[in-house]
Design a protein around this ligand. Structure first.
Ligand SMILES: [Zn+2]
Ligand SMILES: [Zn+2]
Length: 330
């Protein structure tokens, strides 16, 4: 039976409708190939190195990197965004202001978050954080967005593992709304809505995929799509770029385990990962809590209505969490 669920943080209403479950789309055929600009040896094509992590003994002629950040070559046209028609997109209002960078997450073309070691995944989180710390010194920039699209069905144009960091001269609507809801909840209850949700999820366990004292992976109560999964650091903190190396390490381990579960359970599904973090200079540190949202693209519905429409999700998050908990048992 269908159920209307209200998200406790944003107030967004979702329809959980198991009877609408349809067969999953076939796996995405590999795209890319020999001419991949992000592979080791193609550094000149990928572009100017903004930041990289090298294994010192292997650093020869630009090779030997383990993570590498370059500018997006066509920032205004190449954006892989959820925010509707690209012709309306925020990038046309930037007038050159802002940043759009590509994090090449591994020299290995075939690596993925579920096959990378947690310490290699840590390097990706490290690169996001270091770039944000650098970019936030530009006082014109107001917010950050990190988007990782995997698989053609999720909008990725290259197979090589990569993510995109966008720095904007304003706060985009989705973040503004999430912040406003969180602020209202904080005013009402005196507590961070995200911390409260984590506490309840830990207590109930039905939607917890995995957890420990520092981090948690869970399927949100009002999941928008089947197997939507959030990964969070349990310690309250508003901004990603304030996280320590140690916290990033714990999050990398949780992420790596979660992606392995999703890949095993769902057959390496196309998906999007979003990092939500407080705007630059946000003075209210108490109500917002940074987090990672993993959005698998399994059904036709999952591509729709990302800008505030009503989502119809055919898989209850409790079933998704149970499935993911059991997925690595054999
Ligand atoms: Zn490649
Ligand atoms: Zn919190």
């Amino acid at each position: 039976l269908s159920e209307l669920r209200r998200d406790p943080i944003t107030g967004r209403t979702v329809i959980i409708a198991p009877e609408r479950l349809r067969p999953m789309s076939p796996p995405v055929v590999a795209i890319g190939g020999d001419a991949c600009p992000f592979c080791e040896g193609q550094e000149a094509i990928a572009g100017r190195e903004i930041l990289a992590w090298y294994t010192p003994e292997h650093r020869v002629h630009g090779r030997g990197w383990r993570v590498r950040v370059v500018p997006n070559r066509l920032p205004a046209l190449r954006v892989e965004s959820h925010y509707g028609d690209p012709r309306d997109s925020l990038f046309h209002t930037l007038g050159g202001l802002g940043a759009h960078e590509v994090i090449i997450e591994s020299p290995d073309h075939h690596a993925s978050w579920s096959t990378m070691k947690p310490e290699d995944l840590w390097l990706t989180l490290w690169a996001w954080r270091e770039r944000m710390r650098d970019l936030r010194r530009d006082i014109r920039l107001k917010s950050f967005l990190v988007v990782k699209n995997v698989g053609a069905a999720a909008g990725a144009t290259l197979d090589h593992p990569h993510s995109q960091l966008v720095a904007l001269p304003f706060v985009p609507q989705h973040l503004e709304e999430e912040m406003a809801s969180a602020r209202a909840a904080h005013l009402n209850t005196g507590a961070c809505a995200f911390c409260t949700v984590i506490e309840r999820e830990v207590g109930a366990e039905t939607r917890v995929v995995t957890k420990d004292a520092q981090t948690i992976a869970f399927t949100p109560f009002a999941s928008r799509v089947p197997f939507e999964t959030w990964v969070m650091s349990r310690a309250h903190s508003a901004a990603f770029d304030e996280q320590t190396d140690e916290t990033l390490g714990l999050v990398a381990e949780r992420l790596s385990d979660t992606m392995r579960r999703l890949d095993v359970a769902l057959g390496t599904p196309p998906h999007t990962v979003l990092l939500h973090t407080a705007p630059v200079g946000e003075t209210d540190r108490a109500s917002y809590h940074w987090h990672l949202e993993i959005i698998p693209r399994l059904t036709a519905e999952s591509g729709l209505a990302w800008d505030g429409g009503i989502h119809i999700n055919p898989v209850a998050p409790e079933d998704a969490a149970r499935y993911l908990r059991d997925s690595l048992r054999s």
